[in-house]
Ligand binder design. Structure first.
Ligand SMILES: Nc1nc2c(c(=O)[nH]1)N[C@H]1C(S)=C(S)[C@@H](COP(=O)(O)OP(=O)(O)OC[C@H]3O[C@@H](n4cnc5c(=O)[nH]c(N)nc54)[C@H](O)[C@@H]3O)O[C@H]1N2
Ligand SMILES: Nc1nc2c(c(=O)[nH]1)N[C@H]1C(S)=C(S)[C@@H](COP(=O)(O)OP(=O)(O)OC[C@H]3O[C@@H](n4cnc5c(=O)[nH]c(N)nc54)[C@H](O)[C@@H]3O)O[C@H]1N2
Ligand code: SF4
Ligand SMILES: [Mo]
Length: 711
C-alpha cells in the first residue's frame, strides 16, 4: 500500500526533472511521475527516469561493498573495505609516487553534487592525476577556451535570443547541452519558436530537432570546419560582422579573414555536401537578420575530425557577430544557489594552459583544466616505467565499455594492482574491479540543483530534495562524500571542499557539505529547504547587471597561428565527400543517442530491455539497397580496427553515405553472438592510436569509416 507521496527530482541526467514520488511504508519508491506543478520541467520526464524504481530495486543493483577474491566476489563491511583500499593506495604511493594512483569520474558522478567536488578533492589531496569522461566527450571545448579566451559576462542567453545554431547536438533527445535549455527541451524549443526564434541545425541526420529548424545543413560528418569557415566567409564578405565589437575585443581578426578566404560558398557546399543556397540562408539568418543568439556545439562536432578547429571556428562565428552579454545587460539568472557577481563585459585572454603543463608520459598529450587525457589512460597503465599508473579509483563511470578500444582498456584494467569503483550497478567495469563500493542513488540522498547553475541555466530556478527514499533493505551504501573523506583521513590528508578545508576528526554530514556549497547563496539553505522542494523560480532576486570593461581587459583570439595552420591542414585534406561511397570503407558511422539508455546506463531497466534490447545499425534506404541486404537482417559493421554484429534498419533521416548506431551497448568486449540480447559495443570499432587529435589524443568517435558485410 502506498502511503506517502512527495516531491523530489530525478538525477539520472542533468535534466533534473521534477518528480512526484510515491513511497511505501518501508521508504521504498513504488512509482515516480513527472511533476506537472514543477515550474521548470512541467511534467516532463523520460522513460529512463520513469523506470528508475525498477532499476533501484532490480537484480543488477549492488547493495553491499564487494571484494574480488579469485574469479568471484565476497561482500565485506564498508569500514574494512575502506581500510584495505586506503592501505593499498598508501603502498602504491609510497612505492611509486602519487602519480601512480589515478582517479576517474564519469557522468554518474553528477548524480550527487557532493560527489562532483569531493571525489576530485581526494585526488587533489593526494596529488594524484585526475581523469574524466570530458576528454572522451567534448575536450575540444576546453582546448577552444584555452586558445580562444573567454568572455566574462557569458554568451547571449537562449531565452533572450532571436537565433540559435545547433551543430552536432540534439538536445531533444540528449536533454542537457551547453548554453541551451536543459529542462523540458521540447517545450522550451516550441516556446522559442513562438517567440520568433530562428533555428539553424548542422547535422548529418534530420534529427528530432530539425523539425524546428529554418535551415538544416545536412553535411557529411567531419566537415563542420568547412561550414563554419564558409559562414564566417559570408559574414565578412557581406559586412555583417559587429565591427565595433571586433575592433575592441578581438585579436587576429585580419588573419581570420585571410584564413577563411578560400572557403567560398561553392567550395564549402561541394565539400560538405550541402546546398549553397542553404549555406547563404544560414549565414544571413544568423548574422544579418538576427541580433542576438549564439551557437551550441555537441558531441557530433567534438567526436568528429578536426574537433578543436571546429569548436574554434563556431566560437569565432559568434564572436565576430558580438554575441556576448554587454555592459548594461541583465543576466537572466543571477544564480540562486551559486550567486553570480556582476561580471565585466570584457574578454579574458587565452591562457594556453596546455602549453604550460607537462604533457602526459606516454603520448605527449596535453593536460586540460588540470586533467589528464582519458584516451591515454590504458597506455598509462600498460607502459612500464616511472610513474606507471598502478591504481585507479572510479566514480560514476563505466570506462571498460565507454572508452573506445575497449579490448585495450580491459587489458589495462586487468594489469592494475588496485581498481576500485564507486558504482551502484553491475557493469563491465565492476566485473574487473578489486573493490566495488555501492553508493546511494537518486531519491536516497539529499541534494539541490547546484550543478544546473554550472551549465548556464537561463532562469533563476532551484530545487531542493531531502533523502526521501530509504536505502534498499539489507544494504550498506556509502557515497563519494564519505568515501573520499574516509580514505583521505586514513592517509593523513585533509580534503579541501569548495574552498573549505574539512576537519579530519569527524566526517561531515551531507547537510554540512550542502551548507558549504550554498554559503554564498542568494536564497539561504534553510529557505531553499523549506520552499524549493517542488522546484521554484525566483523571479524577485536582485538583477545582476553587466559592468563595462575594466583596465585589464584582454582580447579573444579568433585566429591564433596554430588554429590557422590546422585550418590549412583541413583545407588540404581530402573532403569526406571524396571517400564516401568509394574505397574499402565507403560509409561513415556517426554517433547517435537514444532516449532508452544514457551511455552504458539504464540498459537493464525494463522499458529499455523491451524497446531496445540491442542497438541496430541505421542506414539510408539507398545505402541499404546498395548493400544488397534486406531490411532487418544481420550484418557485420567493419572498421579498420574491428568488427561488430548488428541488424540493418532503414532510416531516411540519415544523409546517404552515413550510418548510425547508438553507443553504450554490448555487455562484454569481443565478437558476441548474443548481440540480439545485449547489443554490440561501438567502442570496438574505434582505435585509441589511429586517427586521433594530436593535442589531447581524442579519437575519432563519429564519422568512423566503416563498411557493411553480410553475416
Ligand atoms: N563510441 C562512443 N563511445 C562513447 C560515446 C559515444 O558517443 N560513442 N560517448 C562518450 C561520452 S559523451 C561519455 S560522457 C562517456 C560516458 O562514459 P561513462 O560516464 O563511463 O558512462 P555512463 O554509462 O554514463 O556511466 C555512468 C555510470 O554512473 C553510474 N551511476 C549512476 N548514478 C550514479 C550515482 O548517483 N553515483 C555514482 N557513483 N554512480 C552512478 C551508472 O550506473 C553508470 O555505470 O562515454 C563516451 N563513449
Ligand atoms: N538519452 C540520452 N541522453 C543523453 C545521453 C545518452 O546516452 N542518452 N548522453 C549524455 C551525454 S554523456 C552527453 S555528452 C550528451 C551529448 O548530447 P549531444 O551532443 O546533443 O548528443 P547527440 O544527441 O548524440 O547529438 C549529436 C548529434 O551530432 C550529430 N553528428 C554526428 N557527427 C557529426 C558531425 O561530424 N558534425 C555535425 N555537425 N553533427 C554530427 C549526430 O547526428 C547527432 O544528432 O547527451 C547526454 N544525454
Ligand atoms: S533521465 Fe530522464 S527523467 Fe531523469 S532527469 Fe534526465 S531527462 Fe529527466
Ligand atoms: Mo558525455
Amino acid at each position: 500500500m502506498p502511503i506517502l507521496k512527495t516531491k523530489s527530482y530525478c538525477r539520472l541526467c542533468q535534466g533534473f526533472c521534477g518528480m512526484d514520488v510515491t513511497l511505501d511504508d518501508h521508504g521504498r519508491v513504488t512509482q515516480v511521475r513527472g511533476d506537472h506543478a514543477n515550474p521548470a520541467t512541467q511534467g516532463y520526464a523520460c522513460i529512463k527516469g520513469l523506470d528508475a524504481p525498477a532499476g533501484m530495486y532490480g537484480p543488477h543493483r549492488i547493495l553491499r561493498p564487494r571484494k574480488k577474491v579469485g574469479d568471484t566476489y565476497i561482500e565485506i563491511p564498508l569500514e574494512q573495505a575502506l581500510d584495505e583500499i586506503a592501505a593499498k593506495i598508501g603502498t602504491i604511493i609510497d612505492e611509486d609516487g602519487a602519480r601512480s594512483m589515478a582517479f576517474m569520474r564519469g557522468t554518474g558522478t553528477f548524480g550527487s553534487t557532493i560527489a562532483v567536488f569531493m571525489f576530485p578533492g581526494l585526488a587533489d589531496a593526494l596529488g594524484s592525476p585526475r581523469f574524466s569522461t570530458m576528454t572522451i566527450d567534448q575536450s575540444a571545448k576546453w582546448v577552444r577556451d584555452d586558445r580562444f579566451g573567454t568572455w566574462k559576462a557569458g554568451k547571449h542567453a537562449f531565452s533572450q535570443s532571436d537565433v540559435w545554431l545547433f551543430a552536432g547536438a540534439n538536445p531533444l533527445v540528449s536533454v542537457y547541452s551547453w548554453h541551451t535549455p536543459v529542462q523540458n527541451p521540447t517545450k522550451k524549443m516550441k516556446e522559442a519558436r513562438e517567440r520568433g526564434m530562428k533555428i539553424i541545425v548542422v547535422d548529418p541526420r534530420a534529427t528530432e530537432l530539425t523539425q524546428y529548424a529554418d535551415v538544416h545543413l545536412q553535411l557529411y560528418p567531419g566537415e563542420d570546419a568547412a561550414v563554419a569557415a564558409g559562414m564566417i566567409h559570408l559574414v565578412l564578405a557581406n559586412g555583417w560582422e559587429d565591427k565595433a565589437f571586433s575592433e575592441q575585443h578581438l585579436r587576429n581578426f585580419d588573419r581570420l579573414r585571410d584564413a577563411v578566404a578560400p572557403f567560398t560558398p561553392d567550395m564549402v557546399a561541394a565539400r560538405a555536401g550541402i546546398d549553397v543556397k542553404d549555406l547563404g540562408k544560414a549565414a544571413r539568418i544568423f548574422a544579418n537578420e538576427a541580433k542576438r543568439g549564439s551557437v551550441t556545439t555537441g558531441t557530433g562536432t567534438s567526436m568528429s575530425r578536426f574537433p578543436n578547429l571546429t569548436e574554434h571556428l563556431y566560437e569565432a562565428l559568434g564572436a565576430i557577430c558580438g554575441r556576448y552579454n554587454r555592459e548594461g545587460d541583465i543576466l537572466p539568472n543571477p544564480g540562486v544557489i551559486n550567486a553570480k557577481k556582476p561580471p565585466r563585459a570584457e574578454a579574458i585572454d587565452p591562457k594556453r594552459g596546455f602549453e604550460k603543463t607537462p604533457p602526459t608520459r606516454v603520448r605527449g598529450a596535453a593536460q586540460l583544466m588540470g586533467e589528464s587525457a582519458t584516451p591515454t589512460l590504458a597506455e598509462e597503465i600498460l607502459t612500464p616505467g616511472k610513474g606507471r599508473i598502478r591504481g585507479l579509483m572510479i566514480s560514476g563511470a563505466n570506462p571498460a565499455s565507454a572508452i573506445p578500444d575497449s579490448e585495450k582498456v580491459v587489458e589495462a584494467f586487468r594489469a592494475l594492482d588496485l581498481l576500485v569503483a564507486i558504482e551502484p550497478f553491475e557493469n563491465e567495469t565492476t566485473a574487473l574491479a578489486h573493490y566495488v563500493l555501492p553508493p546511494r542513488i537518486l531519491y536516497e540522498h539529499i541534494d539541490f540543483t547546484f550543478a544546473l547553475e554550472m551549465v548556464n541555466l537561463d532562469y533563476p530556478y532551484a530545487q531542493f530534495t531531502e533523502a526521501v527514499a530509504a536505502p534498499p533493505e539489507d544494504s550498506e551504501l556509502a557515497d563519494e562524500g564519505y568515501i573520499s573523506w574516509a580514505i583521505a583521513k586514513r592517509l593523513g590528508k585533509a580534503i579541501t571542499f569548495f574552498g573549505t578545508e574539512l576537519e579530519t576528526d569527524q566526517a561531515p554530514t551531507d547537510e554540512d557539505y550542502l551548507r558549504i556549497l550554498s554559503a554564498n547563496a542568494r536564497v539561504p539553505f534553510d529557505q531553499l529547504r523549506s520552499e524549493a522542494v517542488g522546484g521554484k523560480v525566483y523571479e524577485d532576486l536582485p538583477d545582476v547587471i553587466v559592468r563595462g570593461p575594466g583596465e585589464n581587459a584582454g582580447r579573444l583570439d579568433v585566429m591564433p597561428e596554430d588554429v590557422a595552420s590546422e585550418l590549412e591542414g583541413f583545407l588540404n585534406s581530402a573532403p569526406e565527400a571524396a571517400h564516401v561511397r568509394s574505397g574499402e570503407f565507403p560509409l561513415r558511422l556517426i554517433a547517435r543517442r537514444v532516449r532508452e539508455v544514457s551511455n552504458t546506463s539504464c540498459r537493464t531497466f525494463p522499458t529499455a530491455r523491451k524497446r531496445m534490447p540491442f542497438n541496430p545499425l541505421f542506414l539510408h534506404p539507398d545505402d541499404l539497397h546498395q548493400s544488397g541486404l534486406d531490411a532487418d537482417t544481420e550484418c557485420w559493421v567493419v572498421s579498420r580496427h574491428g568488427r561488430i554484429p548488428s541488424v540493418v534498419r532503414a532510416d531516411k533521416t540519415l544523409k546517404p553515405g552515413t550510418v548510425s548506431m547508438a553507443h553504450g551497448f554490448g555487455w562484454v568486449a569481443g565478437e558476441d553472438t548474443e548481440f540480439r540480447d545485449r547489443g554490440s559495443s561501438v567502442s570496438l570499432l574505434v582505435s585509441l592510436d589511429e586517427d586521433t587529435e594530436a593535442l589531447q589524443a581524442m579519437p575519432r568517435m563519429s564519422g568512423i569509416p566503416v563498411r557493411i558485410e553480410a553475416r
